[in-house]
Every structure is written in structure tokens, then in C-alpha cells.
Design a protein around this ligand. Sequence first.
Ligand code: UDX
Length: 431
Amino acid sequence: MALNIIVVGTGYVGLVTGACLADAGHNITCVDIDQTKIKRLQDGNIPIFEPGLEQIVKHNVEAKRLTFTTDLISALPKAEVIFIAVGTPALPDGRANLEYVYTAAETIGQHLNHYVVVVDKSTVPVGTALAVEQIIKKNYTGEFAVASCPEFLREGNAVDDFFAPDRIVIGVRNQRAADVLLEVFKPIQGQKLVTAIESAELIKYASNAFLATKISFINEIAQICERTGADIEEVSYGVGLDRRIGPNFLKAGIGWGGSCFPKDVVALDQMAGDGGYDFKLLKGVISVNQEQRAHFVNKIKNHFNNNLQRQTLAVLGLAFKDNTDDIRESAAIDIVQQLVTAGAIVNVFDYKALTNSKMVLKNTVKYCTSPEEAVKGAQAVLVLTEWKEFKALDWRTLKQTLAQPVIFDGRNLLKPATMCELGFDYHSIGR
Ligand code: UDX
């Protein structure tokens, strides 16, 4: 059954959720306070790069299942479900800023006059749904429900993740709200898990924290590899074959970044502290991630006898991972800034993230439109994002244009034996 659904917030989560739910057959109104963004979306311009999303938006706008507006109040009378998917940026102390969530709740409460299920889709601390409920109740005394359906979409894979999720978590307080949300997600294959609201809220943080822990763990094992002669790729594969551990998120590198892990692990640590619990393991996970970047920079500095002044370095990859233009909390950007501070001349290239990088790195680096341009004349090449395309470069030819045949592969993307055969002085992580 097609439901009338409002999605508040057209950021990453809101836009993907809205477009994909429309594609699943529901009638979706996406609302945002940013008029320019809504105008652009109405004109078919997607503000983020996400494989497959543009076609889905276009198709569902044409089919009249997906509309964009700044007018939440006019959309309310028909709504059966409202997803709140606004941003929850980190405050200076690491806590999530819930201002936008609460403003949406305030508006809903002031103008609601019928039963709806109001669902938190943004990543919010445990207890937020309850707070949303209280805000709505200040102005609306009729029946409604709050719920929590955290999202687990990976950037660059969001559309596929939406239609083939490992699980859909539905945090509710009663069966009526559960039934509405089970109907919303009926067209999507995958296990639906109905839980208490607080459990749903925590499942999201615990999942991201666990994945970040896996990565920091394997990065520490990589440090042991570098000190013992073991090869992290072999170790990681061998460890991952144990079905209790699993092979994913065991790729050593320069550490995790992005819009979720860094924000969510810090917020979970804060949440634990607020409850009087010192989450020691998580603190270690965070500091290992910082050290992993510093360790990589030190390797480069050591190679240049601790003097990077006027050394030209070619950086391949700026996005926090492949298949995205997102540079939020990107380890690559952090490393580039450290190198610039140390006096290096840095040529940068990325397949999608150059525009976003310019806003942060400004005129401190040279922006290149191809890997070939970045590499030409450099003293070393640094691979900082796991774009598969870097593997397929013609490294033999690139070598001839380099001033020195040196590679620092921060993602273990290239094969050490092949690179050595080609005559590179090749450095990577944990091998
Ligand atoms: C993550 C979660 O995976 C997703 O479920 C959640 O909804 C949002 O946060 P995303 O931020 O898109 O998704 O990135 P992800 O693919 O998880 O990668 C995070 C970071 O870890 C990247 O910087 C990536 O390069 C790094 N990473 C990932 C590793 O260093 N090693 C790995 O084995 C996997």
C-alpha cells in the first residue's frame, strides 16, 4: 500500500531515503529549509554524487511520487509518516547538535491534527525520540507515535544498501506504530527488526563504533606486522576467514574518516561519559586512528630525512574513501595539510573530490586534472584514497615522469611485488 510520507531534510540521508522510498512506490514529499537546494532539486540537480541516485530522483519526480518543497506545514495534513532526517553536526565537545531535529519536531507539533508516526532517521543520541515526543506534545494533544529507524547507508553504495539492507531496524513503543513502519518498508527485502526505541537508537552507534574498532584493530596489527615482518594483507585475510570475525572492515590503511564514524564514535564516548561510564576501548579506537595518520606522515618525513621543504609530492585521492566526493574528516585531507605545514609542495588529484577539496585546502596545493599531471616531476607519489582506478594506472609510464620513483601507498592498493619489479621504491602499510 502506498503511504504518504514526508522526509524532513534533503541531506545525504534524507535525499536517499526519500528518493528510494518513492521508488518503492510511496508518495514522498522531501522538505528542506534551504530554498536554493529545493529549487535545484526541483530542477533535477542533485547536490551530492551518489551512484544511481540521480536517475531514481528523475524517474520518481516524473512519476509524481517525489516532490520537493520548503513548506512543511502545507505537506502535513496528508502525511501518515514523517521521517526526520536533518543534520546532527558535532558540537565542539563532540555531542550531536540536535537543534534541527527539535525545530522540526516543534513545527510538526504546532501544526499536526491527526495520527502520524514521527521517525528519527538522523543519527541521534539515545533518548532523542522521547525528547521529540515531548516537544510535539507541548502543542498537540492528539494521538501520534514516535519511532527510530536508524540508517546504515554507506556513501557511494547508498542506493544498493537501501534496497538490499542487512537489516531494517524499527524502534517503536507499540504495535500500531510498528505496523505502519513495517508497511513503509514492505517493498524492501531484508530482515526487519522491531525493537524498543532506545535499542534502535543505540544499535546505530554501536554498529559504527564496532566497525571503526575493527579498522583501528587491524591498523594496530599492521604496526606489529611492520615490526615483525608479517604481511598485513595475509594476516587480515587469515583472520577474516574465521566466520566469527568475518572479512569486512579489516583493511589496513591510513584510518577511517567520513561524515559518520568520526562523529558517531566521539558522540558514543560522550554518551557513555554522560551516563557515568568510561568507554576505554572506544577512546583507544579514536586515538589509534589519529596515530595512524601521523605514522604515515612520519614515514614520508623519514624518507626525506625529516625535511620536506620544497619537496614536490603527488597526492592521489582526497575523498575519505572511493566512489564519493565527500571529504568530511578525510584522512587524506588531514595528511595533505600536515605535509603542507611541513613545507612540501603538494600536487593533488581526485576523481570526484577536487571541488570540495578546494573549499578546504584553498591555494595551499596545486590542483591537477589527471593522475599524470599530479605525478609529473614529483619526488614521491602518495595514494590516499582507495579509488580502484589508481590500480589500473600505467605505472610503468608514470615512473618515467616522476623525479624519483617513490610510492607511499596509504591504502595498500598496489601490489608490492609488481611495484618493485617496475623499479619503484614502494612503501605501504603493514607489509
Ligand atoms: C559508514 C557506515 O559503514 C554506514 O553503515 C553508516 O550508515 C555511515 O557510516 P561511510 O561513512 O559511507 O559509512 O563509510 P564506510 O564505507 O563505512 O568507510 C568509513 C571509513 O573507513 C572510510 O574512510 C574508509 O576508507 C575506511 N575503511 C573502511 C578502512 O580504512 N578500512 C576498511 O576495511 C573499511
